[in-house]
Design a protein around this ligand. Structure first.
Ligand code: HEM
Ligand SMILES: [Cu+2]
Length: 567
């Protein structure tokens, strides 16, 4: 066995064991992530105040430049830097082993930093306002693509360090049996990430060459198909990662165990098997692909992935409910929920994320993934409404919630302004609920996504919107500003704690790891709630979800049927 110079610190507050290299890399990745969130949040001010019809702040070219940077800094840089930190945590910390090849991990980190800065500089120079999707033949400067490629290589390196760390843990026997569920979820995320990054490389490298004049043409349909194999799967990484964090938080906040490990693991596997196929839902309006191909991919196979998310959506609150009932909160259907730690921002953030992700992101996603219904909302502001429910309420809020736990545990600082932190998930999460709802409302009325000014001011033929469309876009502005304030509070509390928070002692360090102790076999506790279910409250919530889904689906078919009068 090779002897590697490192130390292991056992955190006195959480009992978690941090290896030095992994710890430093997690801190660096999480910190840079938050810097990108800050920049993306500042850019959101420009986007929101322009979309707010009463302000129409930025001119078109400036708007698209700011929008491009907002989308990329948020969805790619904030989220993936944070995910690399999560991968290192799920491997090194949870398996209590050293991080494999720390030098290479730092190299990956450096590539990600260089790549993200390069792409941003290209956007700020002004000739790369191609937006997140950067469809050909619209061209950005070569540096725009080069930055993304360097970033992707860096992230890929991070994934391989993660896999290497799993090997180290296995070889050093730091744990027994199978890996914990949270690590399993992270493995899912990392496997999808490798596929995702490969698709990104296949399409972005030729596009980069085209921007330099080396390649003459990249076919637009091929571009879109492969770009979405990358773009859609990358969202699956986010889902697998934030769901893993939900399991982690259920364990931290309640000591909850998954209701069924096997079901949860199978659900993660379904992601790997079926998610890429769902990429087709981004191509539903594309000519050149057959209807049969679209229907098979978006209907039959997509539902397996949706099924997986619904399984997690059921088992995570279910596990919380079972744990709460064991503590004696057994009254009625919902005492377990009423008596949950609502004042703990890690819990409240995760719960608000879970409900919002399911009800707002999930239901709207299945609706818009249906070929016929897609035509109602295609390329309208509904689309960003939907994905802010998934990537902001789902992923971003979950990562924010986790940070509140990491400040004392990983960064060893006492949180400044704990009262403010308590309010933050409510302010940010609930204003985002409202934000996505009015965006989807305006989109249902037809407000365009790909035109910055819904009023089309100055164009010869005016279009008369129903007044509700203006009202809702005004609400998009207002709720967006409130959400930005909620985001600012998060940045203030987290960065402020690192700068001014009281230092906490790190706990004892040792030169070797302490293996995960063999846990006593858990007695299958008899946790029958009312009506014979282990988790009747969660079951009720699931029925409410089903009802909401059916109603919403029906309303949209009904609405579709009124759009073209046949008689
Ligand atoms: C306070 C928080 C945020 C607000 C108020 C906000 C607002 C907006 C608005 C108004 C748009 C423009 C929609 C359009 O006109 O097409 C937009 C686009 C976008 N946002 Fe956000 N956003 C926020 C946070 C985030 C976060 C956290 C992410 C990702 C994790 C994100 C990802 C995106 C993406 C990918 C786009 C599309 C860019 C494009 O079309 O190229 N946003 N956002
Ligand atoms: Cu998708």
């Amino acid at each position: 066995m090779t002897q590697v110079q490192t130390t292991y610190r056992t955190c006195p507050r959480s009992g978690l064991q941090f290896e030095r290299n992994a710890e430093n890399l997690m801190k660096a990745n999480a910190f840079v992530a938050v810097v990108w969130l800050l920049i993306g949040g500042l850019l959101a001010i420009g986007v929101v105040l322009t979309r707010w019809p009463a302000f129409r702040w930025l001119e078109a070219d400036r708007f698209y430049q700011v929008l491009t940077a907002h989308g990329i800094d948020m969805l790619i840089f904030w989220i993936i830097f944070f995910e690399i930190a999560v991968l290192y945590f799920a491997s090194s910390t949870l398996l209590r082993c050293r991080l494999a090849t720390p030098k290479i991990a730092w190299l990956g980190f450096a590539l990600m930093v260089i790549g993200s800065v390069t792409t941003n500089v290209a956007v700020y120079r002004g000739a790369s306002s191609v937006m997140m999707t950067s469809y050909v033949p619209m061209m950005a400067e070569p540096a725009f693509y080069l930055g993304l490629i360097l970033f992707a290589v860096g992230a890929l390196v991070g994934c391989f360090v993660f896999f290497g760390t799993l090997v180290v843990a296995k070889r050093d026997k730091t744990y027994e049996g199978s890996v914990p569920l949270v690590t399993f979820g992270a493995i899912t995320a990392a496997i999808i990430a490798v596929f995702t990054i490969a698709s990104g490389a296949i399409i972005l490298i030729p596009t980069w060459l085209m921007s330099m004049g080396v390649v003459k043409e990249v076919n637009a349909l091929v571009y879109r198909t492969i770009w979405w194999a990358f773009g859609h799967s990358s969202q699956q990484i986010n889902v697998a990662a934030h769901i893993s964090v939900w399991y982690l938080v259920a364990a931290i906040a309640f000591g909850a165990k998954p209701m069924s490990e096997r079901v949860s693991r199978t659900a993660f596997l379904l992601y790997i098997l079926f998610l890429q196929l769902a990429s087709a839902h981004h191509l539903l309006a594309d000519p050149g692909l057959s209807t049969g191909w679209k229907v098979v991919n978006t209907s039959y196979f997509m539902y397996f992935a949706v099924l997986a998310s619904m399984l997690h959506g059921l088992t995570i609150p279910g596990a919380m409910e079972v744990a709460q009932r064991q503590k004696g909160f057994t009254k009625g259907l919902f005492e377990w929920l009423r008596k949950a730690p609502w004042g703990n921002p890690t819990f409240s953030g995760v719960f608000i994320a879970l409900i919002g992700f399911g009800f707002l992101g999930g239901i709207s996603g299945v609706m818009m993934g249906t070929e016929q219904l897609n035509m109602i909302i295609h390329n309208t502001i509904y689309v960003p409404g939907h994905f802010h429910a998934t990537v902001v309420i789902g992923t971003t809020l979950t990562f924010m919630a986790l940070t509140y736990t990491l400040i004392p545990v990983l960064f060893r600082r006492e949180m400044i302004a704990p009262k403010l932190a308590q309010w933050q998930p409510y302010l940010f999460g609930l204003s985002m609920y409202a934000f996505v709802l009015v965006m989807m409302g305006a989109g249902t009325l037809g407000v365009s996504r790909r035109h910055w000014d819904m009023a089309f001011q100055g164009s010869p033929l005016a279009y008369e919107w129903p007044g509700a469309a203006y009202l809702m876009m005004g609400m998009v502005g207002l709720t967006g500003v409130i959400a930005i304030v909620g985001g600012a509070i998060y940045i203030y509390v987290t960065v402020g704690s690192l700068l001014w928070g009281r230092k906490l002692e790190g706990g004892a360090s040792a030169a070797t790891f302490t293996a995960i102790p063999r846990t006593a076999p858990t007695v299958a506790a008899q946790t029958t709630g009312s009506m014979g279910f282990a988790a009747p409250g969660t079951f009720t919530l699931a029925m409410v979800f089903l009802l909401a889904f059916v109603l919403y689906y029906f309303i949209n078919w009904k609405y579709l049927s009124t759009l073209w009068g046949l008689s």
